[in-house]
Write a protein that binds this ligand. Structure first.
Ligand SMILES: [Zn+2]
Ligand SMILES: [Zn+2]
Length: 249
């Protein structure tokens, strides 16, 4: 029987608005996403609540280069001493060499873009483990039964963590709730405020469910069961998630 590993939600912002996650394996913990700049105290609280220290974090997986996921990666790496795993598709953004593209998925995305918060610069960093193409990373050396997989679509370098027990941590491949996510209606999937390529998102979500992911944790809102994830992927494919242009930078 596969042992279910504990996934701990770290509230980078309250109400599920912005989440990072800790996966507690049999022999170590990994952090999935590093959160907004200067939010290390929230991460430390989550570790302390489980009698863990910074040094118990064996790996930091950054799902993509948006500031709410990657903005504190340099700082958390310094605190933990753990390597950072990320995908080459977003490397220019981790290095802060290139501005990101923000394709708004609706009115909230357009409004949010205008606040300027999402495109703020953050401390650049160089990933220690850089995946490219469909390359994967086995998490067993870090004490966790699972794999880091490439799931492009939200951004071209988006990564997800698929655990052997059927839990998956997918960053912003899918969201739930209202506004940025969280708050209310968290059982209903929706597109995040920005999404580069909805058809690639649908492909990535379908691949994860086909390969056995049952329970999805995400950066905004969640968690969601595979049935809702499949429904969302179908909606994206049918074009009901219409793209709104106009906020590319
Ligand atoms: Zn994002
Ligand atoms: Zn996000």
């Amino acid at each position: 029987m596969r042992v279910r590993q504990e996934v701990v939600r770290i509230p980078i912002l309250p109400f599920g608005l912005v989440n990072a996650h800790l996966v507690l394996g049999t022999d170590g913990a990994i952090l999935v996403d590093a959160g907004l700049p200067d939010t290390q105290d929230v991460v430390e609280q989550a570790l302390r609540a489980r009698n863990l220290a910074w040094s118990d974090v064996k790996l930091i997986v950054v799902t993509h280069a948006h500031i709410d996921h990657a903005g504190n990666a340099g700082r958390i790496r310094a605190l933990t001493g753990a390597p950072v795993c990320a995908h080459q598709g977003d490397l220019d953004h981790y290095r802060q060499h290139k501005r990101m593209t923000f394709c708004a998925t609706g009115a909230f995305g357009r409004l949010f873009y205008r606040t300027g918060l999402i495109q703020r610069a953050y401390e650049p960093f160089e990933p220690d483990i850089l995946l490219s193409g469909n390359q994967t990373l086995d998490l067993r050396p870090y004490g966790v039964a699972g794999t880091v997989v490439s799931t492009p679509g939200h951004t071209c370098g988006s990564l997800s963590v698929a655990l052997d027990d059927g839990q998956a941590l997918v960053g912003d491949l899918i969201s739930s709730g209202i506004l940025l996510g969280g708050i209310a209606l968290t059982g209903r999937a929706k597109r995040p405020p920005f999404e580069d390529d909805p058809s690639r998102v649908a492909d990535a979500l379908d691949r994860l469910t086909a390969e056995g992911s049952l329970h999805f944790f995400m950066g905004h809102g969640g968690p969601l069961p595979a049935s809702e994830v499949r429904r969302h992927a179908n909606r994206l494919r049918q074009g009901s998630g219409k793209r709104s242009a106009g906020t590319s930078s």
